[in-house]
Design a protein around this ligand. Structure first.
Ligand code: BGC
Length: 755
C-alpha cells in the first residue's frame, strides 16, 4: 500500500511565504505561553444548543471558555450572542484566544437556496459560487466565521437520505461543484464577508451499505480513488481551510481513526494544510464501532490526524492522561493545536476577534431583497422538467388552476433539509407564489387532497425538526373527493406532492423510494377527471416514479427550492423562466435496481442495446436495465439539435490536445439554456472501464433559431485512471468521444490515441 501511495504523492512545496513565516512566529510565541490544558482546550468544539443537530450536548460552556477549554462553538445564532461569547474568550480567558464560530450553512443562511442536490442540477458553476458567496455574506454578517460545507460525498444510492445534501453521483461534476462552493465561501479570506469552508464527510460517507445512514463502507482502492475521492481532492486544491471526518468505517477502520485517510492521503498525498474536525461525536462513536474505551479511541483519533473534537469531549477529557501514559505525544497535541490557531490567524481573528461581529451588517446583509431575488433565480434554474407531453407547460396566464396536494401550501417544508438558519414560516409556498405572481389573471382554487402518508409514519419521524405538515384528520376519501370536485371546475390541475423536507437528509434513509401511496391515490383520482395534470414534485432524492412517468402528462421536479420556492415554481410553470436543470443522479424504475449509475461497467455479458431481457446476460427477469430518467437528463420549453462530433485529430499521439466540437441549435421558439455534456469511453484498457464518464460540460443560452459551436479540450489527463494495482495512467487505443444533452443522448466520434 505505502509504495503506490508515495509513487503518486504530489511534492509538497515547503517554501513558506512571508505571510506563513509571520504566522509561524506569532503562533510559536503564543504556544510557548500555553499550558497543556490550554492546548487541549483548543481542540474542543462544543455545540451551543441554539440549533440542535444531533443527540449529545456539552455543558458548562461559559465556564470552559473562561478556563481556555474551548476552541470554537457551533450552531449559535445571532451576532449579539456571538459577540458576547467572543468577548468572554478574549477578555476573560487567560490567553485571550479568539474562538471559531461554526454553523451548518449548507445551502444558504436565512436566504435559502435549493438543497445541494437541486443546486447541482443547475450545472451552473457561477450560480453555485454565487449561492455560496451570498451564504457566506449573510452568515458572516451574523457572526459566523466557519461553515460545515461543502458536502461533497458522491452517492449512487437514493435510499440514503443524505443524497439530498450532496452533488449527485458523478465524481467529475462533484469536483467542479466542490471548487465553486469553496471559492464562494472563502474568497481570499481578506474580507469579513468570507468564511472558512469545511469539506465533508471525508470519506466515502455516501457509499453507506444498503443506503442506511452511518453504515459501513468497504470498497477497492481503485474504485475509491476513481469514483469517490475526486471531489474531496478538489476541495484540497481549492484551498479549503478544514475537513470533517465521516461517521462510517472505511475498509474496517472508522474514518475518525483512519490514518490512511487523514494523514497518508489527505496530508501527504494531497498536501492538505488545514485542520480536520470530527463529525459530531465521531470519536465517542468509536466505542460502539468496537475500537475501545473513550481514552483509547481519542488517542487513536489524534494519532490518525484528527485535530478538533465536535461535541464529544473525548480529546478534552482524556488526552492529558494519554500523554502522561505515553499513548500520545506532545508533538501530536502541539500539531493539532497549531492547526486550529493557524485557522484563526488566517481568518484574521487575532487581529480583530470581532471581525465578523458587525451589527450593522447583520441588519442590512441578511435576507435582503437582492439575496432573495438571487435565490429565486437560482432555484428556477435548478428545477428539472422531467416530462411535458404536448407542451402542456408552460401554463397560460388565464383560466382556472386547481392547486392541490400536501405540499401546495406549507412554508416550513420549502427550505428543505439542513437549512438550520432559515426563516421557515416566511418561506414562499406554491400557493403564495402563484397567488402573488399570476393571481390577478388566473383563478386559483385549492385543496389539500391528501396527507403526506397514510399512517403518519413520515410525518412523525420526519417532522422532528419542527417542519410539521399539520396532518388533516379527515378520511383520505373525503380529502380526495374535495380535490376532485375542485379539479372538475378547473382548466388544469397542479399537484404539489412527493416527499416532505425531512424525508431526506440525515438519518432519513428509505427502503421504498416511491411517492407514498396515499398521494399516488390522489394523483390517480385527479387523472381520472380527464383534466390535464401537472405534477410539481418535491423530493430530496431520486424517486422511483415509473407509474407517474407513464401516466402524468407533465412533471416538474423542484427538489426543495429554498426560501423563494413558490415564486420560482410559478416563474417556471407560467413560462417566465424556461427550465434548464438536468439530473445529476440516475432515477431508477424501482429500488431493486439500486445502486444504479450511468458510469457503470460493461460486464462480460452486457445486455444488447434496446433489449429488456436475454438469457445468460446481465439483467433482471422483472425489470429492464433502463432507468426512468438518466443522468444528465432534463427538458426545456424549447428544443435543441446537435451536429455530429468533430475532433481535431482521430489519431492523436502522446500529450497532444484534441478538441471535440458540436454545433448546438435552438430548434424551438423560445430562448433556452442547454447543458452540453462531454463523455469519454476508454474502449480497451488494462482494467475494465466505465461505459462512459463525464469529462466536461458547458451551459449555454441560445435564442430561438440560434446556433453555437461548443468545443471541449481533451488531454491525456482525461484518459488517466487508477488501476487495480493503484498505478495511475492510461493505455493507448480507441476512445469514444461523446457529446450530447444527457448521458443517454449523445453523438460519438472515435479517436485512436497512441503514446
Ligand atoms: C452531521 C454534519 C453536521 C454536524 C453538525 C452531524 O450530525 O453529520 O454534517 O455538520 O452534525 O451539525
Amino acid at each position: 500500500m505505502k509504495k503506490w501511495l508515495f509513487a503518486i504523492a504530489v511534492s509538497v512545496v515547503t517554501n513558506a511565504s512571508a505571510q506563513d513565516a509571520k504566522m509561524k512566529i506569532f503562533i510559536d510565541g503564543l504556544m510557548k505561553k500555553m499550558t497543556i490544558d490550554e492546548k487541549i482546550g483548543q481542540l474542543n468544539l462544543p455545540g451551543s444548543g441554539d440549533i440542535v443537530t444531533g443527540q449529545a450536548q456539552s455543558s458548562d460552556i461559559g465556564k470552559k471558555i473562561k478556563e481556555g477549554k474551548v476552541g470554537g462553538l457551533f450552531n449559535i445564532k445571532t451576532v449579539a450572542k456571538i459577540k458576547d461569547v467572543q468577548r468572554v474568550a478574549v477578555e476573560e480567558s487567560r490567553l485571550k484566544i479568539p474562538m471559531l464560530f461554526g454553523m451548518d450553512v449548507i445551502h444558504g443562511y436565512e436566504t435559502v437556496f435549493p438543497i445541494p442536490l437541486g443546486l447541482s442540477c443547475s450545472w451552473d458553476m457561477q450560480a453555485v459560487k454565487r449561492s455560496a458567496q451570498i451564504a457566506a455574506k449573510e452568515a458572516s454578517a451574523d457572526g459566523i466565521n466557519w461553515t460545515f460545507s461543502p458536502m461533497v460525498d458522491v452517492c449512487r444510492d437514493p435510499r440514503w437520505g443524505r443524497i439530498s445534501e450532496g452533488n449527485g453521483e458523478d465524481p467529475y461534476l462533484g469536483a467542479q461543484i466542490a471548487k465553486a462552493m469553496i471559492q464562494g465561501y472563502q474568497g481570499s479570506f481578506s474580507s469579513n464577508q468570507n468564511i472558512m469552508a469545511c469539506v465533508k464527510h471525508y470519506a466515502m460517507y455516501g457509499a453507506a451499505e444498503a443506503g442506511r445512514d452511518y453504515n459501513t463502507t468497504d470498497m477497492s482502492y481503485s474504485r475509491m480513488f476513481n469514483e469517490y475521492m475526486p471531489p474531496y481532492k478538489a476541495g484540497v486544491e481549492a484551498g479549503a481551510g478544514s475537513f470533517m471526518a465521516s461517521f462510517n468505517d472505511v475498509n474496517g477502520v472508522p474514518a475518525t481513526a483512519n490514518k490512511f485517510l487523514m494523514t497518508d492521503v489527505l496530508r501527504k498525498q494531497w498536501g492538505f494544510k488545514g485542520f480536520v474536525v470530527t463529525d459530531y461525536t465521531g470519536i465517542n462513536e468509536m466505542i460502539d464501532h468496537g475500537m475501545g474505551n473513550l481514552q483509547t479511541v481519542s488517542a487513536l483519533a489524534l494519532k490518525a490526524g484528527i485535530h478538533m473534537d465536535m461535541v464529544g469531549e473525548g480529546l478534552l477529557t482524556t488526552l492529558k492522561k494519554s500523554l502522561q501514559e505515553g499513548k500520545v505525544t506532545q508533538a501530536e497535541i502541539d500539531n493539532a493545536c497549531r492547526l486550529i490557531l493557524e485557522a484563526k490567524y488566517k481568518l484574521g481573528l487575532f487581529e480583530n476577534p470581532y471581525k465578523y461581529c458587525d451589527e450593522n451588517r447583520a441588519k442590512t446583509d441578511v435576507y435582503n431583497a437582492a439575496n432573495r431575488a438571487e435565490a429565486r433565480k437560482i432555484a428556477a434554474d435548478c428545477f428539472v422538467l422531467l416530462k411535458n407531453n404536448n407542451g402542456l407547460l408552460p401554463l397560460k396566464k388565464s383560466g382556472t388552476v386547481a392547486l392541490i396536494g400536501p405540499l401546495a401550501d406549507n412554508s416550513e417544508n420549502m427550505p428543505g433539509t439542513w437549512a438550520v438558519a432559515a426563516r421557515f414560516s416566511e418561506a414562499v409556498t406554491v400557493l403564495q407564489g402563484l397567488t402573488e405572481t399570476v393571481g390577478d389573471k388566473v383563478k386559483i382554487l385549492t385543496a389539500r387532497g391528501s396527507n403526506l402518508d397514510a399512517d403518519s409514519l413520515f410525518e412523525e419521524r420526519a417532522g422532528m425538526f419542527g417542519k410539521s405538515l399539520r396532518r388533516d384528520t379527515r378520511p383520505a376519501a373525503t380529502m380526495i373527493a374535495e380535490a376532485v370536485a375542485i379539479a372538475k371546475q378547473s382548466d388544469v390541475v397542479v399537484v404539489a406532492a412527493g416527499e416532505s423536507a425531512e424525508m431526506s437528509g440525515e438519518s432519513s434513509s428509505r427502503s421504498n423510494i416511491e411517492i407514498p401511496q396515499v398521494q399516488k391515490d390522489l394523483i390517480e383520482a385527479l387523472l381520472k377527471t380527464g383534466k390535464p395534470v401537472v405534477l410539481v414534485l418535491f423530493t430530496g432524492r431520486p424517486l422511483a416514479i415509473k407509474w407517474e412517468s407513464e401516466n402524468v402528462p407533465a412533471i416538474l421536479n423542484v427538489w426543495f427550492g429554498g426560501s423563494e420556492t413558490g415564486y420560482a415554481v410559478s416563474d417556471v410553470l407560467f413560462g417566465d423562466v424556461n427550465p434548464s436543470g438536468k439530473l445529476t443522479t440516475t432515477w431508477p424504475q424501482n429500488v431493486g435496481q439500486v445502486p444504479m449509475y450511468y458510469a457503470h461497467k460493461s460486464t462480460g455479458r452486457p445486455l444488447a442495446e434496446g433489449q429488456w431481457f436475454q438469457k445468460f446476460r446481465s439483467n433482471y427477469l422483472d425489470v429492464s436495465n433502463e432507468p426512468v430518467y438518466p443522468f444528465g437528463y432534463g427538458l426545456s420549453y424549447t428544443s435543441f439539435s446537435y451536429s455530429d462530433v468533430k475532433v481535431s485529430s482521430t489519431i492523436p499521439k502522446g500529450n497532444q490536445t484534441v478538441t471535440a466540437s458540436v454545433v448546438v441549435t435552438n430548434t424551438g421558439s423560445r430562448t433556452g439554456k442547454e447543458v452540453v455534456q462531454l463523455y469519454i469511453r476508454d474502449v480497451v484498457g488494462a482494467n475494465t472501464r466505465p461505459v462512459k464518464e463525464l469529462k466536461g460540460f458547458e451551459k449555454i443560452e441560445l435564442k430561438a433559431g440560434e446556433s453555437k459551436m461548443v468545443t471541449f479540450k481533451i488531454t491525456t489527463d482525461d484518459l488517466k485512471y487508477y488501476h487495480a494495482d493503484m498505478t495511475y495512467g492510461w493505455e493507448p487505443g480507441d476512445f469514444e468521444i461523446m457529446i450530447g444533452s444527457s448521458s443517454k443522448d449523445v453523438k460519438k466520434a472515435i479517436v485512436n490515441w497512441n503514446k
